[in-house]
Write a protein that binds this ligand. Structure first.
Ligand SMILES: *Cc1c(COP(=O)(O)O)cnc(C)c1O
Length: 489
């Protein structure tokens, strides 16, 4: 082939342009990483909107170089940097370098993991990683699973499988049975559980809230009571959802005790370990997962505690046949009995990225122990953060951390709790507007709390001290400003 139809499509004759483009993008990013000193520039929404809206998408720039520079100005200059040690807001991690090398490969080859003839070894690599994860969970050889776009999709699929499993065992007709199905979970489970129930066509009162213990973990005794009550009301428990690592407090539901309630009754147990899955590779805290091997399905978000770039998540099931039940066959794609492995039968998606290669390259380069040690480190850091906050007179802490989150309030003794509830969201916005530190905020036990979510092993105790100081300074500034306004009035 002499030359290419377009210099911008990947082909044998554009490989030089391809390599130069990747190199250029990598160098641009490297330059930014060398100069970035805080998690956010502090640009306002108005400023960014004006800059983005100004671009005329119908008039391309002179060349790729100009386009990259424009993207750097619009995006990189004002990105939120999760690798910055004072980014301590949400469940975002600094990403593992081997996974970034994998990204280069998978986006250029552009494999699609739906059928063998679009992925070949990709399918086998994904399957090995699912088997490896199932092994870490403690499932037997009958386990299976598939990579998904994230914990939300994994939870949806877990509940879909639970629904299908239950309906397959019901004598009643599908449509007639749906309104009687119930999902039991604690108030601290992820909102995607309730969202999934809606998507699955279940009735609005499907989700039954199980009481928690004093810490906020699902109480297996109350679970038993509620299952009995459902039975008396002739309602059908479709699934129990336990959480390993609740989003706010990082709580770990007692999975073993919950499984002991579910198993004799044949109730599907789904474990949402989107956050806590890093425990699967922890050398010091694997015990927190005890009992997970008795569940029916597990959500794992590698893009949280395995330091993978988004997206990288999976649903793993104890029995492969429960997963295969959702297969739908298309003549052009996955006809029955082709004899070749395909993943589309197990997935809610059709065209699907080969995200598994990122985890593969990470495990083959770093090894599981090193990943687990990094997760252990952020859990240790949360304990340090707790100690620091407890030592400050003007800070309150919600609980001793289990994983790597800490809920706290800045409240000088003379500030009443209601005024503090009003102040803290403003304090959080002010920090974001300065960009020096980013913390999260949430409501817990009727109050507004600030939150550290620690997923960056490079964050140090010194960084945490600085963030605490920034929080205090922002609070004092705001109160001084309020006072000045009140005096003018
Ligand atoms: C993050 C999270 C989810 C959702 O996962 P996404 O990857 O954001 O879709 C579900 N459950 C828990 C407990 C989470 O922390």
């Amino acid at each position: 082939m002499e030359g290419a139809v377009s210099a911008y499509l990947l082909s044998r004759s554009t490989v030089d342009g391809y390599a130069a483009g990747i190199d250029q993008a990598a160098r641009l990013l490297a330059d930014r990483l060398r100069t970035v000193r805080q998690p956010y520039s502090g640009a306002t929404e108005e400023q960014l909107r004006a800059a983005v809206d100004e671009v005329d998408l119908d008039r391309p720039l002179a060349d790729g170089d100009a386009a990259l520079r424009e993207a750097a100005r619009l995006y990189l200059d004002h990105a939120v940097w999760f690798h910055e040690p004072r980014y301590v807001a949400h469940l975002n991690c600094p990403v593992a370098l081997p996974a970034l090398s994998a990204e280069v490969l998978i986006s250029a080859v552009n494999s699609s993991l739906d059928t063998w003839d679009q992925s070949t070894a990709g399918t086998l690599i994904e399957r090995r990683l699912i088997d490896w994860t199932a092994g870490r969970i403690g499932f037997g050889p009958d386990a299976d699973g598939v990579f998904t776009s994230g914990g939300t999709q994994s939870n949806l699929q877990g509940l879909l499988l639970a629904r299908e499993d239950r309906l397959a065992r019901q004598a009643q007709d599908r449509v007639a049975a749906l309104p009687s199905l119930r999902v039991l979970t604690s108030r601290n489970s992820h909102f995607s559980v309730a969202k999934s129930a809606v998507l699955l066509g279940l009735s609005p009162d499907t989700v039954v809230t199980v009481d928690t213990d004093r810490a906020g973990r699902l109480d297996p005794v109350d679970l038993r009571r509620r299952l009995d009550a459902l039975e008396r009301a002739e309602l059908v428990p479709m699934a129990v959802v336990a959480t390993v690592g609740t989003t706010d407090l990082g709580l770990v539901d007692p999975v073993g005790d919950i499984a002991a309630v579910c198993r004799p009754r044949g109730v599907w147990l789904h474990v949402d370990a989107a956050y806590g899955c890093g425990l699967l590779v922890s050398r010091r805290r694997r015990g927190l997962l005890d009992g997970i091997e008795q569940s029916d399905s597990v959500t794992v978000d590698f893009h949280k505690s395995f330091f993978q770039p988004v997206s990288s998540s999976a649903i793993v099931v104890r029995h492969a046949d429960t997963l295969h039940r959702i297969a739908v066959h298309a003549d052009y794609l996955n006809p029955r009995g082709s004899g070749l492995p395909n993943q589309v039968d197990k997935s809610l998606q059709t065209t699907r990225r080969f995200d598994a290669l990122k985890l593969w390259l990470t495990l083959r380069t770093m090894g599981a122990d090193q990943l687990g040690d990094l997760f252990d480190r952020v859990v240790d850091l949360a304990a340090h953060a707790h100690t620091l906050l407890v030592g400050e007179d003007d800070f309150e802490v919600a609980a001793i951390p289990t994983l790597s989150t800490v809920l706290f309030r800045w409240r000088p003794s003379w500030l009443d709790p209601e005024a503090c509830d009003e102040l803290l969201p403003r304090l959080r916005s002010r920090l974001f507007a300065r960009g020096e530190a980013i913390v999260a905020g949430t409501r817990h036990a009727g109050r507004y709390w600030l939150k550290f979510t620690l997923l960056n092993p490079n964050t140090t105790v010194v960084d945490l001290r600085e963030v605490i100081e920034l929080v205090r300074a922002a609070g004092q500034d705001l109160l001084a400003g309020d006072l000045a306004v009140a005096q003018v009035r």
